[in-house]
Ligand binder design. Sequence first.
Ligand code: 13P
Ligand code: SF4
Length: 333
Amino acid sequence: MNNQIIQPYIGSSKIDSIYRRINELKKDKDVVILSHYYMSPELQVSTELGGVADFIGDSLALSLAAKNTRAKNIVFCGVKFMAETAKILNPTRNVFISDMEAGCSLASSITGEDVRNLKAKYPGLPIIAYINTNAETKAECDICCTSRNAMSIARSFKEDRIIFIPDVYMGQNLSSRVKAETGKEFILWDGRCEVHEQFTSSSMESLKMIYPNAELLMHWEVPEESVNSAFADTKGVLGSTGDIISYVGKSDAKQFILASECDLGATLKGMYKDKEFITPCVKCPYMKKITLENTLALLESINTEDAMQYQIFLDDDIISKALVPIERMLEFS
Ligand code: 13P
Ligand code: SF4
């Protein structure tokens, strides 16, 4: 791993000219751009600051933004399961993503059929699906959650056993906390985020030795062993992307070790200029498939046949089934 102190984002005249063209096309074609915090820094510059993103957020905030937009076309700068969620929540809009290969190792770890098999094995147990699942997987589950509302959703069930899919590490982190409070047991699937699983105990310990005054910023998807050993003697937050951002705002610390996607560091550095962020810099290869250039190509294609390659199409039946667990989740938000 290549530990890095995150530097501020610096644009260029080439990037500025792409921003100008994208913003013209957005106006002409009635497009809104929703961008996740794990996008490359140039896709996280908001329209107010001269960039192209109308809204930047974590997966929960982006779902709400997609539900509430009036724009005819939604361009999702994130991964495919997020664009699918936007389509499910706002099916009369056209939803696009600039590379259909922008997947997720968690979403691809489980199918709808796997969930049907779990239901047959554990009849009557509620199934919580992390939002990082494909639409056909969500369609088989009782409720969705994102990393921001997972704890309150897990606590809300009256049953003693709950099935949580697909992230085994996030499931273990949640399960030990919910079990300590309520005695509830979790049955887990063996999916992993290929980014967050790389934050091992030893990588965290070596950073803590170099930066002894730094606080920890850890995502729920980091393995439980690393979380427990890192927090044994150091303060910080274990939570969602949104929790991490708000924690830094409230903390008096000047240095932070980030155990989450590297480009979240760019967001943090942009928001908190006087603070320092150090990270082993692990980038999500799926998020990085989305670039300013292919976002421009997508926008150029809208209203032509070429746009089909970028457009999210889901069966009506899947949309109506997957909407149920997503809407249940939104009641918690
Ligand atoms: P958030 O819900 O925190 O945005 O996380 C999304 C994700 O893909 C984490 O790896
Ligand atoms: Fe999936 Fe992990 Fe990438 Fe998030 S960071 S999209 S969970 S692979």
